[in-house]
Design a protein around this ligand. Structure first.
Ligand code: ADP
Length: 609
C-alpha cells in the first residue's frame, strides 16, 4: 500500500530496455508513475490461493514438469520462466506478463503456467512444435500492452505465454524511399519513433493514444491511431507467420522470393499480391504467430490540431450529421474524436474525489460547475481534429470546417495557442503528428487502483444511430453506477463509439457491476444491429456470438479454418471467440454471467479444468 508522498523507482529507459520509455519522456514517466501508484490502496502483491504454477488443461503436474524441462533444454533455462511467484499488477511501463494487470475477474483467474522468450523465428517454430507434442496451449504476445482488452492474459488459464517482444525486438529495415519499415514483435511506437529521429528521416509513424504498445501487435489486433495513416491494419504491408503446425508463411509479395534469396523488393510495397488476400485471417485471430510485419510510414507534412466546443448535450446528433459529409469528402484530415466534457475533468489527472465527494456517478450539474473553471468552459461536447498539408490548404480546410459546424449554436473553434500548455489538446498535437506520448494514462487517476474495460461498438455515422447507441449506453451506465466516458472516433461512414469503463480493481462489487454493464451493453446494442470491433478476452465469446447471421456462418467458417490449421488446438484457444474442436462446447465459452460468477471464486473455464 502506498502513501500519497511515496516515490517509486523510475520506469526503465528505452536505452536500457526494449519496452522502456524514451529519455525525452523520462520526467513525465516518473511523474505519471508516482501519481498513479501513490493512489493505490492495494498491496503490491497478494498471496496466491491456487497451486502454482497453474496447470494447462488436461495436463498433470508430472507431465507439465517434464514438458517444461524439455523446453528449457531446447531454449535455455533463462528463456523459460514458471509463473509461480506472487502476481504484481505493476503499471503501464512495467506491466506483468503473468496475468491481466487490469483484471475484471479475480487477479488469479487468467494466469499463465509459464512464460517463454523465443529469440528467433526458428525458436518460435520449435515452441509451436513442442506445444503440439504436449498438447499445451500457447498464447503469443508482442509487447503485452493490450490494456483494456486483456493485457497479456491467455484466455485459457495455464497456457504458456510466448513473450515475443523481449528477445525479438529489432527494426529489421527502414526504407526511406518506400516510406516503410519491417519490424519484429517487440518494437514499440516509442522505439520506432526514436530510431526514425536518430536517422533524421522525414517520416512519421502513426501511434495510438499511448506509445508503449507493439507496432506489430496493435496492427494485427486492428488498433487505431490518429494521423491519416491511423488504420493500422490497412497500412501494414506483408506478414511473416509461424503457423500452428510450425510451418513458416510469408504473405503478399513476400511469397515471391527476391533475387538470390533476398526478401522480395516489393514485400513492403504491394499488399495483396496474387490469389486470395490472406493477411486478414491473421488479424484478431488465433491462426498463426506473426513474427515480422511491414508497415507504411507517412511522409512528414504540416499539421494543425484544434478543438471545437459545443455548449448543449442535445446537439450530439446534429454534430454527427455535420461530421459525416466532411469526413466523406476527406475535408477532415484524420479520424477526429468527439468527447464529452466529463473527459476534460478526467484529463486533468485529478481524481474524481476532487470534483465529487459522494459515491455514485458524478452528476451533470457538478460536471458543469467544474467545467466552467476549466479552459474549455461549461460546454458539452468537444471535437478534436487535425488538418494536414501546407499552411494555405490548412487554412482553407479550417474555414470550411468552422463554417460547417457554425450552424450549431455556440460552437467555438480553438487552437493550441488559445489554451494553456497543460491542456489535453497539446498532447493531441503530438499524437496527431505521429509523436508517441504517455498523457492518455492520466485519466487512470480517476479512481484508486484504476483499471478499465473498453466497450467499442461500430455505429453508422448518422445522428439517429449515434443517439440510439448513446441512449442505451447512458441508461446502462446509470443502472450500474458508472461515470460515462464516451470517445467517438468518427469516420465518413462509421464511427467507433468507444466507452471506457473505469473501475477500482480492489472492489469486487465494482468489477461485478462493470462486467454486468459490459454484458448488457453488448446484448442491447446487438439487438439494435450494432456490434463491437474489438473486446476484452473474457467478452470475446459474447461479442463473437452476436455475429450470428446465417446460422453462425462466420463462426463456422472460422472454426473450419482453425481446425484445419490447428488440429491440436494449441494456439490461443478462445481468442476472439474461436475455439478449436478440442475445447469447443466443453464449458469454456462465456455467454452469460460467468465473469460475474468468477468473482465469487468459481474461476474461468469448466470446473474440472
Ligand atoms: P500491444 O500490441 O498493445 O503491446 P499485445 O502484444 O498484447 O499488445 O498484442 C495484442 C494481442 O494480439 C495479444 O493479446 C495477442 O492475443 C495478439 N498478438 C500479439 N502479438 C501477436 C503475434 N505476434 N502473433 C499473434 N498474435 C499476437
Amino acid at each position: 500500500m502506498a502513501s500519497s508522498n511515496s516515490t517509486f523507482p523510475p520506469p526503465p529507459s528505452l536505452s536500457s530496455k526494449y519496452s522502456g520509455i524514451p529519455d525525452r519522456l523520462a520526467a513525465i514517466g516518473v511523474e505519471s508513475k508516482n501519481r498513479l501508484l501513490s493512489k493505490s490502496t492495494l498491496p503490491e502483491s497478494a498471496p496466491r490461493h491456487h497451486d502454482v504454477p497453474r496447470l494447462p488443461p488436461d495436463t498433470t503436474r508430472a507431465e507439465f514438469n517434464q514438458a517444461i524441462g524439455e523446453l528449457k533444454q531446447i531454449l535455455g533455462d533463462q528463456n523459460v520462466e514458471l509463473n509461480d511467484r506472487p502476481l504484481v499488477d505493476g503499471w503501464y511501463l512495467e506491466h506483468p506478463n503473468t496475468h491481466d494487470a487490469f483484471h475484471i475477474a479475480l487477479q488469479e483467474d487468467l494466469v499463465s503456467s509459464a512464460v517463454v522468450y523465443p529469440g528467433t523465428v526458428e525458436e518460435v517454430q520449435t515452441i509451436v512444435r513442442w506445444a503440439n507434442k504436449h498438447k499445451i496451449p500457447v498464447y503469443p504476445i508482442s509487447m503485452g500492452r493490450n490494456i483494456g482488452y486483456g493485457g497479456t492474459a491467455p484466455r485459457v488459464p495455464g497456457s504458456v505465454v510466448v513473450d515475443l517482444g523481449r528477445r525479438m525486438n529489432r527494426i529489421l529495415n527502414i526504407d526511406a524511399e518506400n516510406a516503410s519499415c519491417l519490424v519484429e514483435p517487440g518494437v514499440s511506437y516509442f522505439a520506432l519513433y526514436e530510431e526514425i529521429q536518430r536517422q533524421k528521416l522525414p517520416l512519421w509513424i502513426d501511434t495510438p493514444d499511448v506509445g508503449g504498445g507493439s507496432v506489430l501487435g496493435n496492427a494485427i489486433d486492428r488498433g487505431v491511431g490518429y494521423t491519416p495513416y491511423g488504420d493500422h491494419f490497412a497500412n501494414h504491408c506483408g506478414l511473416e507467420i509461424v503457423l500452428p503446425n510450425g510451418e513458416l508463411l510469408r504473405t503478399g509479395m513476400g511469397a515471391l522470393e527476391g533475387k538470390d534469396g533476398a526478401d522480395n523488393p516489393t514485400w513492403q510495397s504491394f499488399q495483396p499480391a496474387y490469389g486470395p488476400y490472406s493477411d486478414g485471417i491473421f488479424s484478431q485471430s488465433n491462426f498463426g504467430i506473426v513474427v515480422r510485419m511491414g508497415m507504411w510510414l507517412m511522409p512528414e507534412t504540416g499539421h494543425q490540431s484544434y478543438l471545437i466546443t459545443f455548449p448543449r448535450d442535445e446537439d450530439f446528433p446534429a454534430i454527427i450529421e455535420i461530421i459525416r459529409p466532411l469526413a466523406q469528402q476527406r475535408v477532415l484530415g484524420n479520424i477526429p474524436q468527439l468527447r464529452h466534457v466529463i473527459q476534460e475533468l478526467a484529463t486533468t489527472a485529478q481524481p474524481k474525489s476532487a470534483f465529487h465527494s459522494s459515491s455514485g456517478p458524478i452528476p451533470r450539474e457538478t460536471i458543469r460547475q467544474h467545467a466552467s473553471s476549466l479552459p474549455v468552459g461549461d460546454v458539452s461536447w468537444v471535437f478534436y481534429g487535425t488538418q494536414y498539408g501546407d499552411a494555405a490548404s490548412i487554412s482553407s480546410q479550417l474555414n470550411l470546417i468552422e463554417k460547417a459546424f457554425g450552424v450549431i449554436p455556440g460552437a467555438q473553434l480553438r487552437l493550441p495557442s488559445d489554451l494553456p500548455p497543460e491542456h489535453y489538446l497539446h498532447s493531441r498535437v503530438s499524437v496527431c503528428s505521429g509523436v508517441p506520448v504517455l498523457r492518455e494514462l492520466d485519466w487512470l487517476n480517476w479512481v484508486p487502483n484504476a483499471a478499465h474495460l473498453f466497450f467499442s461498438p461500430i455505429v453508422p455515422t448518422r445522428g439517429r444511430d449515434a443517439e440510439a447507441v448513446h441512449n442505451i449506453v447512458v441508461r446502462l451506465h446509470a443502472k450500474y453506477g458508472f461515470d460515462l466516458f464516451p470517445t467517438l472516433c468518427v469516420a465518413g461512414r462509421e464511427m467507433h463509439y468507444i466507452v471506457n469503463i473505469v473501475y477500482d480493481r480492489a472492489s469486487v462489487d465494482e468489477k461485478r457491476r462493470a462486467a454486468a454493464l459490459m454484458r448488457e451493453m453488448i446484448a442491447e446494442t446487438a439487438a439494435e444491429g450494432y456490434g463491437e470491433y474489438r473486446t476484452h478476452v473474457l467478452f470475446a465469446d459474447m461479442v463473437a456470438a452476436t455475429y450470428s447471421w446465417g446460422d453462425n456462418a462466420l463462426m463456422r467458417f472460422n472454426e473450419t479454418i482453425k481446425d484445419a490449421l490447428d488440429p491440436n488446438g494449441i494456439l490461443a484457444p478462445g481468442r476472439n471467440g474461436i475455439w478449436p474442436k478440442r475445447f469447443r462446447g466443453k464449458g469454456w465459452e462465456i455467454l452469460g454471467t460467468e465473469v460475474e460468477e468468477a468473482l465469487d471464486g468459481k474461476g474461468i473455464g469448466p470446473s474440472s479444468s
